[in-house]
Design a protein around this ligand. Structure first.
Ligand SMILES: Cc1ncc(COP(=O)(O)O)c(C=O)c1O
Length: 344
């Protein structure tokens, strides 16, 4: 595992396959009648089936290695991609992994509780804890700290990846890298993007991407499609995270500001991890036009948002719009509602 230390930036370990491809989606563009759609394939970051969290984990694991940790702890929803990729990252860095799975969605069938990401967590050899309160980030973090205390008492050296907002947004640095990568690819392909759409959950992807694009001179608006909170709460969260990540990266605070933060909650539906008809349509359309496999919790919602924004005439037909595929496809296999029987 290569370990990078630059004088100014926090330490980083290499975990993601990057640069990830940036591709045109001509079939989907034609089906929707324009604009010109492109996809950033961050589902192809490798690390136990890919996704955005590989880039974020490069900085968390960089800190864990620097602190000489031997065990990583993380909390998330039962079908969390972050938890699955954190387990993979810990293993790549020869560390143990404890995961805490929260009851965040009203699913408790065998498929949700045992397949998809959970199956991968087991394969990666994670020690699994459960936590009943899926909507209380502070309580989830506190319980994780209690597990870390127990490990410390046993002589272990735990490193906790916190969920709550009162901890530095280290992971967002991974999306500054991605923003710069996209700007470089746009230049090579001779495309100017008019808009970017991306999932906004913890917000580290959204805030980091915005900071990275602006640092690279890209001015396209970045639309965060809400997956967990409404637009008012999410915008406030991203504004705060943006200031923090600019500081962490040593970028000027005026590189991006509150007016540059867009959060869209029209496609949030009944809440986190709950399927809607729009998500089902998005999953079908992306797969049947571009063989692009999305996920039911994040990228399906973002594609539903992109389709909705196109139908709402938010874009000109000549616009170039970038959809950021942040991964998550293992969760498809955790959703019983998506199971289909072969007709016979
Ligand atoms: C597949 C996928 N996309 C998007 C996100 C949202 O990223 P963030 O938490 O950085 O907002 C997540 C978060 O877990 C995810 O797993």
């Amino acid at each position: 595992m290569s370990h990078e230390q630059s004088s100014d930036l926090p330490p980083r370990v290499r975990l993601a396959h990057s640069p990830t491809p940036l591709e045109a989606m001509p079939n989907l563009s034609a089906r929707l009648g324009g604009p010109n759609l492109f996809v950033k394939r961050d589902d192809c970051t490798g690390l136990a089936m890919g996704g955005n969290k590989a880039r974020q984990l490069e900085y968390y694991l960089g800190q864990a290695v620097t602190q000489d940790a031997d065990t990583v702890l993380i909390t998330g929803a039962v079908q969390s991609n972050f938890v699955r990729q954190a387990a993979a990252a810990a293993r790549k860095c020869a560390m143990d992994i404890h995961i805490q799975l929260e009851d965040r969605v009203p699913h408790n069938d065998a498929t949700y509780m045992g397949s998809g990401n959970v199956l991968l967590d087991h394969l990666l050899g994670a020690t699994i804890h459960t936590f009943p309160e899926g909507e209380n980030e502070a309580a989830a973090d506190a319980n994780l700290e209690a597990i870390a205390d127990t490990l410390r008492a046993e002589g272990r050296r735990p490193y906790v990846i916190h969920l709550g907002i009162d901890h530095p947004p280290l992971g967002a640095l991974g999306y500054i890298d991605a923003g710069r990568e996209i700007a470089q690819q746009a230049r090579t392909m001779d495309i100017a993007f008019d808009a970017v759409v991306v999932a906004t959950g913890s917000g580290l992807t959204h805030a980091g991407l915005l900071a990275g694009l602006r640092a690279a001179g890209e001015r396209a608006p970045v639309y965060g499609i809400c997956v967990r909170r409404d637009a008012v709460q999410q915008k406030a969260r991203i504004e705060r995270r943006l200031g923090e990540v600019l500081e962490l990266a040593g970028l000027p605070q005026d590189s991006a500001n509150a007016a540059d933060v867009h959060a869209e909650d029209t496609w949030l539906g009944p809440g986190y991890g709950r399927l809607t008809d729009e998500i089902r349509e998005a999953l079908d359309l992306a797969a049947s036009t571009e063989a692009l496999i999305l996920d039911p919790v994040y990228t399906g919602k973002v594609m539903a948002g992109l389709i909705g924004m196109i139908r709402r005439n938010d874009f000109k037909k000549s616009d170039n719009v970038l959809f950021v595929h942040t991964g998550g496809s293992p969760a498809l296999f955790g959703y019983e509602e998506l199971n289909t029987a072969i007709p016979r």
